[in-house]
Design a protein around this ligand. Structure first.
Ligand code: SF4
Length: 348
């Protein structure tokens, strides 16, 4: 059984690699300002793994793209800070970001077929990443590329350097893309739904590979996913996002043992469980979170979850709940989860 990325010595020592505070990334459209990320805060320890979880449209991918400063023309970080080894990436010049991307922070995307160039050989694509960031001779770049392919488990790597992406299966293409991401030994890898486009059996292999690389290289990982089960098995800490905001943030252990936010309860209730499909011999429908997320042009005046929350009160429609530390290292943003009083979770 996979034991996960969990903790290494640096993480246990509490050395922070990335500190994001009150990050706000907005998109300026003809029909209004879309607040895709509107108050996101978290820390990531050196060598640690953080899972960012939420529904489609919760802002998790925009938050991770903001760290890389990979935003479309109409998107802008309007507030907050992204401290990477103490340096605020929001303030870094684009010229310097080019060096950081790929060398210090790498990204793995959802669909490896669209991330690899179909007309170039696999080896040339890995070498291109290496030569963009390191001064290497042709022979050294070739040898480093072979090493990267070996690390991600590509059989006969020397031979496969001359293959084209279409000659690989989906899982092998994702391995190649991971090889490109690790080629320069980055300090942080952001994996945005890295297994969504893969078969279930291959998904497990790719996740195992990420675990192994994180252990061997001491790389920090941010795993963006809608799958709470994946986060539980891989990450030491979890941030739950809803409608652009951090609604809960804790260690994975605390989040699963004692979740505090009604949205997290909804996510956990709607996870399929073996043996939970029947009740008194009858099929039991899977729990859902009723309703839909709010229009992100109209948020910022109340709790974004109020139209779907079974626990809401009048204050929820009038005030934005702050993210507060309710237990050591465990944060939640809910008007009724305070140090003075707690909600009681209803059974699904
Ligand atoms: Fe629900 Fe209100 Fe808490 Fe928001 S603040 S999660 S609406 S109870």
């Amino acid at each position: 059984m996979r034991t996960g990325m969990r903790q290494n010595a640096n993480e246990a020592a509490g050395e922070t690699l990335l500190r994001v505070r009150d990050l706000r990334t907005h998109f300026f459209t003809g029909s209004g300002v879309v607040k895709a990320v509107d108050g996101v805060s978290f820390d990531l320890a050196r060598g640690g793994a953080l899972g960012i979880v939420g529904e489609s449209g919760s802002g998790k991918s925009v938050a991770s793209n903001s760290i890389m400063r990979l935003l479309p023309k109409n998107g802008r970080i309007v507030d907050g800070s992204i401290l990477f080894e103490g340096r605020d990436l929001v303030e870094v010049r684009e010229k310097d970001m080019l060096k950081i991307r790929g060398q210090e922070i790498s990204m793995i995307f959802q669909d490896p077929m669209t991330s690899l160039d179909p007309v170039f050989k696999i080896g040339d694509q890995v070498i291109e990443v290496l030569r963009a960031h390191r001064r290497l001779s042709n022979a050294e770049a070739w040898s480093e590329a072979v090493k990267a392919l070996t690390m991600v488990g590509i059989p006969e790597p020397e031979k496969r350097m001359n293959s084209y992406p279409h000659e690989f299966s989906g899982g092998m293409r994702q391995r190649v893309f991971i090889a490109m991401a690790i080629a320069c030994r980055p300090k942080l890898i952001i994996a945005d739904e890295p297994t969504t486009a893969l078969d279930v059996t291959v998904q497990a292999q790719v996740l195992d590979l990420l675990v192994d690389l994180q252990r061997e290289m001491g790389t920090s990982v941010i795993l963006v996913t809608h799958n709470l089960g994946v986060v539980w098995s891989l990450c030491g800490a979890v941030m739950v996002m809803y409608a652009g905001k951090t609604v809960e943030y804790a260690t994975a252990k605390d989040l699963y043992r004692n979740p505090l936010h009604p949205y997290t309860w909804g996510l956990l209730n709607s996870m399929p469980r073996l043996g939970a499909g029947k009740e008194k011999g009858k099929e039991k429908p899977l729990a859902i979170i009723p309703g839909t997320p709010p229009d992100l042009r109209l948020t910022a005046r109340n709790c974004n979850f109020h139209n779907r929350c079974a626990y809401r009160g009048d204050v929820c429609k009038e005030e934005v709940p702050p993210l507060i530390e309710l237990e050591p290292g465990h944060f939640a943003a809910c008007h009724f989860q305070t140090s003075g009083g707690r909600l009681t979770r209803k059974e699904a």
